[in-house]
Design a protein. Structure first.
Length: 114
């Protein structure tokens, strides 16, 4: 598991094959072939995200595509488009955008036809 601390600011493209917990800032893109993205209450993310699953406790702006699920907890503030087979909005979460509940392959998970 990788942890991005509260004082860390990353600008660019973050890729991973393991769980990531973000406490700091990420601006750009986040792509994960495996694992879960956890956005902590202190996190501020402005990025397009392509992951297996994501749980958001903090602030996030951008397009989110998840192969399994997206969950916004009561402390989440999210602006953008959510695409996943399962989207969970907990009471108290703030969301402004579009939701599309559909199958979406996570980064690197799509297979080419034979």
């Amino acid at each position: 598991m990788t942890t991005i601390g509260t004082s860390l600011v990353i600008t660019g493209h973050v890729t991973s094959k393991e769980d990531i917990t973000v406490h700091g800032q990420v601006n750009g893109q986040i792509s994960m072939v495996e694992g879960t993205l956890m956005v902590a209450p202190t996190a501020k993310i402005e990025a397009d995200v392509d992951v297996t699953s994501v749980t958001i406790h903090g602030s996030m702006s951008g397009n989110i595509a998840a192969g399994q699920r997206v969950e916004l907890t009561p402390t989440a503030t999210v602006k953008g488009t959510l695409v996943a087979p399962a989207v969970i909005l907990r009471e108290g979460a703030t969301f402004n955008g579009k939701i599309s509940v559909e199958k979406k392959a996570a980064a690197g998970a799509s297979k080419k036809p034979n």
